[in-house]
Design a protein around this ligand. Structure first.
Ligand SMILES: Nc1nc2c(c(=O)[nH]1)N[C@H]1C(S)=C(S)[C@@H](COP(=O)(O)O)O[C@H]1N2
Ligand SMILES: [Mo]
Length: 340
């Protein structure tokens, strides 16, 4: 069988993507863009759909299989669901990651995940649904048009970034498999593969692999909840959770589980990895809340990337990460200091 790697255009070593080369190249990129602008655009196909991003030429773009490239190119920006805040530099989004399967350091995923095989990829749909089964990713995605949505991502470690995702509402996926009346929760599972994921071989012993996450059904059905297959106009890099990951922008980043192979519906609350490890520090809900501190640090503010020692860029954290209008009603009457 033909196996594709994630499809980066050329192999890169993290040592090659220095901030200096990013800035140097951005100047080159701008010059190139200016000269291209001089060419009359007559006869070009409409680019109305796909948003264009300033990706420095020496940073990899991630492609994925052909069928996915075509879907990504047709993605349309959804402004109703997008923030107009400044995007994180592409460099930060693809090199500052949490993906413990590939190591615990922020730079480990970009170093260790480049050979990760994400095609072919299967997703199992199981539990309380009328149409359970094992589906190829292409079939999972087939009926869904992709949207480009710019979301804030707020990590529980008190840093954040603004990322343009390409994806579609999880609700639209769930409806297709016809959950039964007993489906009260949905659980997601990341790939288990010790050969490909060095973190699962045991140097970080706390997580009981595979990584699992979960949502209450009404949270899963909320229009903000996204299944993502791309970022910055391209396929997801492996370090960001290729080929399929969850994005729940009003919750701490650990809920946004990567490289999903199973979606399971149940009538009881599912296990979730960080809650398993430290239930007093990480709740099942994990809604971003500046008023409920982590036991070991404040959640009142966050370090918005890009951030440096000289320009730390500390900003106030907003309730529900700024998405209260869309989701606060889901928690009406709940004591959020208890259900953190
Ligand atoms: N499978 C898996 N998913 C994961 C994680 C992980 O370690 N394993 N880390 C989470 C955390 S803590 C965060 S903040 C986000 C980071 O997403 P990003 O690297 O794309 O910014 O992924 C989340 N999803
Ligand atoms: Mo996180």
């Amino acid at each position: 069988m033909k196996r594709y790697k994630t499809g980066i255009s050329q192999p890169i070593l993290p040592s090659e993507i220095t901030p200096e080369s990013v800035y140097r190249d951005r100047r080159r990129f701008m010059q190139a863009a200016l000269s291209v602008a001089a060419i009359p655009m007559v006869g070009f196909p409409s680019l109305a759909g796909a948003a264009e991003y300033d990706i420095p030429a020496d940073l990899p773009r991630y492609k994925g299989p052909l069928w996915l490239q075509q879907k990504l190119a047709d993605a349309v920006r959804n402004n109703d669901f997008s923030t107009s805040e400044a995007l994180a530099p592409y460099y930060d989004a693809i090199t500052h990651n949490n993906f413990y399967e590939f190591g615990t350091d922020k730079r480990d995923p970009v170093r260790n995940a480049q050979g990760f095989v994400t095609d072919p990829w299967k997703v199992e749909i199981s539990g309380e649904v009328a149409k359970p089964g094992s589906y190829n990713l292409e079939d999972i995605l087939a009926p869904h048009a992709l949207e480009d949505r710019v979301y804030r991502l707020r990590c529980v470690e008190a840093w954040s970034m603004v990322i343009p995702w390409l994806g579609f509402p999880l609700a639209d996926l769930i409806k297709r498999f016809e959950p039964t009346s007993k489906a009260k929760y949905v659980q997601f599972t990341t790939l288990m593969d010790k050969d490909q994921m060095p973190g699962q071989r045991g140097f970080f012993g706390t997580i009981k692999w595979p990584y699992v996450e979960g949502l209450r059904m009404d949270e899963a059905m909320n229009p903000l909840t996204l299944m993502a297959v791309g970022l910055y106009g391209n396929a997801l890099p492996p370090q960001n959770g290729a080929p399929l990951r969850l994005v729940v922008p009003w919750k701490y980043g650990f809920k946004s589980i990567k490289s999903i192979v199973r979606i399971h519906f149940s009538d009881t609350i599912p296990a979730t990895s960080w809650n398993d490890i430290a239930p007093d520090e990480y709740g099942f809900y994990a809604n971003v809340n500046p008023q409920v501190d982590h036991p070991r640090w404040s959640q009142a503010t966050e370090r918005r990337l890009p951030s440096s020692l000289l320009t730390p860029n500390i900003i106030d954290t907003l309730p529900f990460n700024g998405y209260a209008d869309q989701v606060a009603h889901l928690y009406r009457g709940m004591d959020l200091t208890k259900w953190f």
